[in-house]
Design a protein around this ligand. Structure first.
Ligand code: ASP
Ligand code: MG
Length: 420
């Protein structure tokens, strides 16, 4: 069987939904499960809704009305063959409106998951209705019934054994007769509360289903022709990579390449399931295959992160940066959910580069200041090059001031200040 995953950009309007119906019809060669994300930028809009609702700002209704109108517009453009075609969608609208009429619960992350998950629920309800109208025997399955997680709201961890049991029990037979449509990104706890797997987590959902069902392949349909060696947003000349090893894919995702969610590769690698990244705009083209290959990347790959902060810590008592200091530092970073993009230490200093997330850093830094003298440097860029050579390093350093460089055998990371 095969798993297809369609992200938000592929279903951002009625034309997008029609296009994915066409792709499913043409590309389906086998039993098929389709994972779909929220439409367009709906998740961001729902995040705004959560904060407005939680802080009881006066714009709650206006924010919600825009989200509702956006989905209604798409349904209207898709047309309908019967009155009840979008019944599930209107039930969801009502459930959201009822929820918003209540007092918010005390745990904001739980409220977040409950509301934000509607992005995927609405999207799949619309897509499934349309696929049926388009003559496909599609069947909508609620991923929350299958993906069992812990209660780490907003970044929930999957209980693999339970999840695989639910998935195989529920889907093995259905797949023989229907195209299954389900939501990316969402799951639920043992008590039945909705959880999410972390932003952009739909790729990961596709990998979970593929793993549990022993899929023959996963295809992620994107608005790019495949995995490129650099983000066209930052680089003029990019090259499409035809074949990518699991290991290179994990490394690239880890350093911040946004093409695949970092958690996606491991389950696929563990079962040797190939991952295809293809263009929903040009479905005729082959895209990129990620799998078990001998050869590594044929060209250097670049990952570019802006808005980085370099923070240096010096123990106030002049003690060495050794195990006890390091474990305290890492403990605090983990507690406040600040991910380090690069780190380096000397005898009495520890340097990290992190994304500038004012809210989290605002809580972390004062704690660090209890024991360490801090200095920092803002507005930096972090450039990671996998399979670097001196020529590529020199090229990216044009007009930049180099603050820190870290090389391993295959990867170099450069922290730079743009000189404008
Ligand atoms: N809709 C979710 C997000 O935007 C999940 C995903 O798109 O993968 O983060
Ligand atoms: Mg997305």
């Amino acid at each position: 069987m095969q798993v297809f995953k369609f992200g938000g950009a592929s279903v951002k309007d009625a034309a997008g939904v029609r296009n994915i119906a066409r792709i499913i019809k043409e590309e389906r060669s086998d039993h098929l499960l389709v994972v779909v994300s929220a439409m367009g930028k709906t998740t961001n809009a729902l995040e705004d809704l959560v904060w407005s609702y939680y802080q009881k700002t006066p714009d709650v209704k206006a924010v919600w009305d825009r989200i509702r109108a956006y989905h209604e517009q798409i349904m209207q453009e898709l047309g309908s063959t019967g009155k009840g075609a979008y019944e599930a969608v209107y039930e969801s609208f009502k459930a959201i409106e009822d929820y918003l009429a209540q007092e918010p619960g005390y745990n904001p992350d739980k409220v977040y998951d409950h509301l934000v998950s509607y992005g995927e629920l609405l999207s799949t309800q619309i897509v499934n209705a349309y696929l049926n109208m388009a003559g496909l025997d599609s069947y909508l399955v609620d991923a929350r019934r299958l993906i069992r997680t812990d209660d780490g709201y907003r970044e929930a961890k999957v209980d693999w054994d339970q999840t695989c049991e639910y998935i195989t029990d529920t889907l093995a037979e259905l797949l023989q007769t229907n195209v299954i449509v389900t939501q990316g990104f969402i799951g639920s706890t043992r008590e039945g509360y909705t959880t999410t797997l972390g932003r952009e987590g739909s790729d990961y959902t596709a990998a979970i289903f593929a793993y549990c069902l022993d899929a023959d392949g996963v295809t992620i349909w994107k608005d790019v022709p495949g995995v490129l060696n650099a983000d066209p947003k930052w680089f003029d000349e990019t090259v499409k990579i035809e074949k990518l090893t699991y290991q290179d894919a994990i490394e690239l995702a880890y350093y911040g390449a946004t093409v695949i969610h970092p958690k996606t590769i491991k389950p696929l690698q563990n079962k040797g399931i190939p991952l295809y990244v293809r263009s929903f705009l040009k479905p005729g083209e082959p895209g990129t295959t990620i799998g078990q290959f001998e050869r590594h990347l044929p060209v250097p790959s670049f990952i570019f992160k802006i808005n980085q902060i370099l923070i240096s810590l010096h123990p106030k008592d002049f003690s060495f940066i050794a195990e006890d200091n390091l474990s305290r530092i890492f403990g605090l970073f983990a507690t406040y959910g600040v991910k380090t993009n690069l780190m380096q230490n000397t005898a009495i200093s520890f340097t990290v580069v992190v994304d500038n997330q004012p809210e989290r850093l605002g809580r972390l830094l004062p704690r660090l200041q209890e024991d360490f003298k801090l200095s920092y440097n803002e507005d930096l860029e972090l450039i990671t090059i996998r399979y670097y050579d001196q020529v590529t390093i020199d090229r990216v350093l044009v007009n930049k001031k180099l603050l820190l460089e870290q090389k391993s055998r295959y990867t170099v990371q450069l922290v730079v200040k743009d000189l404008g």
